[in-house]
Design a protein around this ligand. Structure first.
Ligand code: DGL
Length: 274
């Protein structure tokens, strides 16, 4: 039987993970929620991030997903461990895959991490990187202006580059050779981040490694879809359908998916009643 993989994010950022999942696992069906109306999660309290993230998880559980990807670093930092404990389906976050990708890339063992205030202050990347390799030096920086830049849809051009330049400048004084984009929104501006960081710094996105973990887990849990029916992906947004569709089409380079607006709170309440 066909069951979808659920992916959640505070907005359009998780699409950067979805694109890798579609590339590596073209037969799998994806159901996505971007909580665009309440984005950004980065400056919010842990309690709020936890509450909103669980709303998205409950929504997707009622869609009978077989695996959950928390495609948001901020939500991964707060909820991953408890979601793994409480849910009976496999759960994957994006921080471990991001750390693994950086450890594979770095030569000088000096790794930079940029992310939201929530992700950086949680210390989750530092813990993940140094637990695996305690010789790694980690330099972390919160970049609160970058998620609003991406969600505005105006993330190309001179103005965007100057916002990125200003946000990144404190980390560029360090001798890092790899820079983890510790927020799934950032790959959408990766070319500009690469320009600003310079050619000596490898820019690391977690999407590729996350999709690889999904693939491995589906295989080990015997959950891979082996039928012939093509997948029909559904993307929910709590914000504007038009904006979400534009970003999704641009980023994924396809339009064979359905975008629907949803009110998470209302839908969760209704679903609980049923
Ligand atoms: N994509 C989310 C992340 O990876 C963005 C966070 C936000 O909403 O501030 O952290």
């Amino acid at each position: 039987m066909r069951k979808p993989i659920g992916v959640i994010d505070s907005g359009v950022g998780g699409l950067t993970v979805v694109s890798e999942m579609i590339r590596q696992l073209p037969k799998e069906e994806i159901i996505y929620i971007g909580d665009t109306a309440r984005c950004p999660y980065g400056p919010r309290s842990e309690e709020e991030v936890r509450e909103f993230t669980w709303e998205m998880i409950h929504y997707l559980l009622s869609e009978n997903i077989k695996l959950l990807v928390i495609g948001c670093n901020t939500a991964t930092a707060v909820v991953l461990e408890e979601a793994k404990e409480k849910l009976s389906i496999p759960v994957i976050g994006v921080i471990h895959p991001g750390a693994i990708a950086a450890l594979k890339t770095t030569n000088n063992k000096e790794v930079g991490v940029i992310g939201t205030e929530g992700t950086i202050s949680s210390g989750a990347y530092y813990r993940e990187l140094t637990t695996i390799n305690d010789k790694v030096k980690v330099v972390s920086l919160a970049c609160p202006t970058l998620v609003p830049l991406v969600e505005s849809g105006e993330y190309e051009g001179v103005e965007a580059k100057s916002i990125i330049q200003e946000a990144l400048s404190p980390i560029l004084d360090y001798n890092i050779d790899s820079l983890i984009l510790g927020c799934t929104h950032y790959p959408l501006i990766a070319p500009l981040i690469q320009e600003v960081a310079g050619s000596k710094v490898a820019v690391i996105c977690s999407g590729d490694e996350t999709a690889r973990e999904v693939s491995t887990l589906l295989y080990y849990e015997n959950l891979l879809y082996t039928g012939e029916k093509p997948p029909s992906h559904v993307f929910y947004t709590t914000g504007s359908k038009e904006m979400f569709t534009t970003v999704a089409e641009n980023w994924l380079g396809r339009n064979d998916f359905t975008v629907r607006e949803t009110d998470l709170k209302l839908s969760v309440a209704l679903r609980k009643k049923i």
